[in-house]
Design a protein around this ligand. Structure first.
Ligand SMILES: [Zn+2]
Length: 428
């Protein structure tokens, strides 16, 4: 599937940097899209690759007579000479594709470009394009090149993702081998290398030469985490395009918009009693720290519902109650079934105890009317406020320590059920 640039949420700085590079024909030969996981870096790389090869984007630049790429020798792109030759490379795309009724660029909001509404005004050349100059980042989704991108079969687009723990040296060798030949079609070959922060030194070293001098018409796009881990030798050879975590409200809105498609099927079973309110999306957004990918993961796994149930049980239980042991053992067993995701879930519980300490601080300073928006787990305000009143500051500090200890035990491969049992008893 080809997701156009316009559907990538936020990331205005990245879009603007790339747009300027494209407009001024100043593309670098290697980019590093850098930022946290799940915020659109790979999607942006694919969209850029599509735009660079999109026949319509090229056509628009040519018919707008401002295309230096198509007439590289011509210095004043706004005034092409009458003698400028026709571009045979694009002959297969009829002009009406561009000036006719199939222009998604001119109608960015319209999802089905093949069937523009009858009310859409006819486009007569450049002057009639209501949005002004077409966006060079926006692939049309219709031309032969875009169709190939959409089906995942573009011969000049290589996507390399880590095999196992990281990108291996063998994968880098494969890239080098395929770069020995020129691109198969007109346009630019793009190599996308995902998650380069996972790359070991020898694989990275093997990549350096290509990064420095990729073959003509080839652009390398690397994506990587912002939190260190990328070797300086790689960093110094790429132009870095920063990607940022999404603001909480923006992310919550994106979740809400996409919910009818993704929600329901994989939702937790008690969804009926706990309908998806915006509050839930706001919480997901805050817990996911601005990563749409992570928020969707949390949503699909039903982590928020499980968190509510576990906290409800633990915060309302006293250690001396006869039922305490049975309750703790039950939830320890349930949570241990999360397996590799247990550590993520303990992170989520830790964010609740962070909120509890925050509420405690407000209570101490006689500011009881805290706003839900101050919390990470804002949907749990009533439950957490009540619990914060029953615990003292020192006890809350100890709970946070217990959570940290549980995580380090998991990393040392201790038995998951046992780790949860000890943790939950400690949290009572
Ligand atoms: Zn296209």
């Amino acid at each position: 599937m080809l997701i156009p640039f316009s559907q990538i949420i936020a990331q205005d700085q990245a879009k603007e940097m790339l747009r300027r590079a494209l407009t001024g024909d100043r593309l670098a030969h290697a980019y590093l899209f850098r930022g946290p996981e799940g915020i659109g870096k790979k999607t942006a790389a694919r969209a850029l690759a599509a735009a660079l090869n999109c026949v319509t984007v090229q056509q628009q630049r040519i018919f707008g007579r401002s295309d230096r790429l198509a007439y590289p020798g011509y210095a004043a792109p706004d005034r092409l000479p009458e003698s400028a030759p026709l571009l045979h490379g694009y002959a297969s795309v009829p002009t009406e594709r561009i000036f006719g009724r199939s222009d998604r660029l001119a109608y960015p909001g319209y999802a089905a470009p093949d069937r523009l509404p009858e009310s859409a005004p006819p486009l007569h050349g450049d002057a009639a394009v209501p949005t002004g100059r077409p966006d060079p980042l926006e692939a049309c989704g219709l031309c032969p090149s875009c169709r190939k991108f959409a089906s995942g079969n573009h011969p000049d687009f290589l996507e390399i993702m880590p095999e196992g723990a990281g990108i291996k040296i063998g994968q880098v060798r494969e890239i080098k081998k395929s770069l020995q030949y020129p691109p198969m079609e007109a346009g630019r070959r793009v190599v996308l290398l995902g998650e380069v922060h996972t790359m070991r030194r020898e694989a990275a070293n093997s990549l350096l030469k290509v990064l420095e001098e990729p073959p003509a018409d080839t652009i390398l796009i690397l994506t990587g985490d912002e939190a260190g881990g990328i070797l300086p030798t790689i960093l110094s050879r790429c132009q870095v395009i920063p990607f940022f975590p999404l603001p909480t409200e923006t992310l919550a809105l994106a979740l809400l918009k996409s919910d009818p498609e993704t929600g329901g099927r994989q939702a937790p079973q008690n969804r009926r009693q706990d309908p998806p309110l915006p509050e839930e999306f706001l919480t997901l957004a805050a817990v996911a720290e601005g990563s749409l990918g992570r928020a969707r993961q949390l949503q699909q796994k039903g982590f928020l519902a499980l968190r509510r149930e576990v906290l409800d049980a633990l915060l309302n239980l006293r250690p001396e109650e006869p039922a305490a042991t049975a309750v703790v053992l039950y939830w320890a067993e349930r949570c241990a079934q999360l397996k590799d995701e247990l550590e993520d879930f303990i992170d989520l519980l830790a964010s609740c105890y962070h909120d509890l300490s925050l509420l405690d601080g407000y209570r101490q300073s006689n500011q009881p009317d805290i706003k839900a928006s101050k919390l990470i787990n804002r949907d749990l305000l009533p439950l957490l406020s009540a619990a914060a009143g029953r615990r003292d500051t020192a006890a809350l500090g100890r709970c946070r320590q217990h959570l940290r200890r549980a995580k380090s035990r998991l990393r040392r491969n201790c038995n998951r059920t046992l780790v949860c049992e000890v943790l939950f008893f400690d949290l009572l």
